[in-house]
Design a protein around this ligand. Structure first.
Ligand code: FAD
Length: 413
């Protein structure tokens, strides 16, 4: 493989920067294109900062499907809809329902586990090259719940056990010992001791981006509107300029669909919208991320304060912020911790999600010099470096010893 090739990457989120760094390790010349500056408030900036290698079981499960009506009716619940978007999202929902059978659920779980299991070592390969300055904490991640109906959680615990995921069931006393400032609303929980969290995802992303520049990487602040071809070589077209590349990788997160549609490949990517707010100077109240499992949100202690993050809202990329979702986060945080000061920073972000809850990684169906790396839904922060390592390996035509077929875009054709 000729390592002198110019590779263009569209998107400077955690996926784009990770792809770029692993391509550089293999000797390729890399340019990243993004319509924003790196560190802008996209998903890779505002997420909950969990490094969650245990989270193989996704939302495509019959038990979750059954709970949807009740979740939609509950004002404290984890799920919401923008009703004007429902007709547009109907085909996605139908594909999602098709993917909730037991065998499809296990297909997703096994193939998420395959990459999640390699996620922390891949991060460490990149972290070795930057100074992390306490931006990553190794204190585990704690899930708690306050309803005693264990049905769906039994399934989760059993599937994770089957996959060999390390987990520790915890009772009220264990939870109090781990997080004494939590109000005692909980019934029980599960603890993942080897999980980590970021104290500031934006700072980590920018440190990785600086490393990319230091290694000779180039950045172009451009909105890529289309991809043309000269022979087999892709040409990236922005408002006023074109850029010729030998190969490209599309890492635009939830915004990737516009470009893949233009490449005549109908990939059913949509978004699960999520929110965060900060409670400044309160991060001392928790030692690690705590997820209130049955309300579908969590709180992470960060440099910005306590970051309260969550909810899944189906509503596309263009609908406005839902104030009720923000209020839901604030009320839930107060339920967990009691009095908190006035919140700051109301943020809306877009998880890129395919209906089978597996990412798309690999070459495009129609163009051999175009690669995809998007659709990592709730786990794109955790999966950045391992995905970059895998896709850069595909571009360099290396054997990864992994079964990569389940991530191919051709599964939708
Ligand atoms: C509320 C919330 C909480 C989350 N919490 C976690 C968590 O705790 N742990 C975890 O692992 N994951 C989490 N995630 C998921 C994770 O944040 C995402 O999966 C991940 O950040 C996606 O990264 P990305 O690089 O694919 O996309 P993005 O971060 O969205 O980056 C895409 C980039 O592409 C650029 N772009 C788009 N279109 C174009 C174009 N046409 N031309 C040029 N540039 C373009 C954008 O400007 C952007 O910079 C969370 C997500 C949300 C919303």
């Amino acid at each position: 493989m000729n390592k002198n090739l110019n590779i263009g990457i569209i998107g400077a989120g955690i996926q784009g920067i990770s792809n770029a760094l692993f391509l550089q390790k293999k000797g390729f010349k890399v340019t990243i294109f993004d319509r924003e500056k790196p560190g802008s408030p996209v998903a890779s900036y505002g997420n909950a900062g969990h490094f969650s290698p245990y989270a193989s079981l996704s939302l495509n499960r019959t038990d979750i499907l059954m709970d949807v009506p009740a979740m939609l009716l509950s004002s404290t619940g984890p799920l919401a809809l923008k009703w004007n978007y429902v007709p547009k999202m109907l085909p996605w929902f139908l594909k999602f329902i098709f993917n909730t059978t037991k065998s499809k659920m296990m297909h997703t779980a096994k193939n998420m586990h395959q990459i999640l299991d390699l996620a922390l070592p891949a991060y460490d390969e990149l972290f070795e090259e930057i100074s992390l300055e306490n931006l990553v904490e190794n204190k585990g991640i704690l899930y708690v719940w306050n309803d005693k109906n264990l049905k769906s959680r039994e399934l989760e615990i059993r599937v994770r056990e089957e996959l060999g995921v390390k987990q520790q069931l915890v009772d009220k006393k264990d939870i109090h010992d781990l997080e004494p400032n939590l109000k005692k609303f909980y019934h029980a929980g599960v603890f993942y001791p080897y999980a980590r969290h970021a104290r500031n995802p934006k700072k980590i992303l920018l440190k990785l981006f600086e490393l990319f520049l230091k290694k000779g990487g180039k950045f172009q602040n451009k909105n890529i509107l289309n991809i043309n071809f000269e022979g087999e070589s892709p040409i990236l077209v922005s408002e006023n300029e074109s850029f010729s590349c030998d190969k490209i990788v599309i890492t635009c997160g939830a915004f990737s669909k516009k470009l893949t549609d233009n490449l005549d490949e109908k990939i059913p990517l949509d978004t699960e919208r999520g929110y965060h707010v900060h409670f400044k100077d309160c991060d001392h109240l928790l030692s690690r991320p705590v997820i209130f499992h049955n309300r579908g949100f969590g709180i992470t202690p960060m440099e910005q304060g306590l970051r309260v993050v969550g909810t899944v809202e189906f509503g596309g990329l263009d609908n406005p912020v839902s104030k009720s979702r923000i209020n839901n986060l604030i009320n839930n945080a107060k339920y967990m911790l009691g009095n908190l000061p006035e919140h700051e920073d109301e943020w809306l972000g877009f998880r890129p999600t395919l209906p089978d809850f597996l990412p798309v990684m690999g070459p495009s169906k129609n163009y051999k010099n175009v690669f995809y790396c998007f659709g990592h839904h709730h786990l794109g922060w955790t999966l950045g470096p391992i995905s970059g390592k895998i896709v850069s390996g595909m571009i360099a035509k290396e054997n990864t010893n992994l079964n990569l077929d389940p991530y191919s875009s051709t599964r939708f054709s």
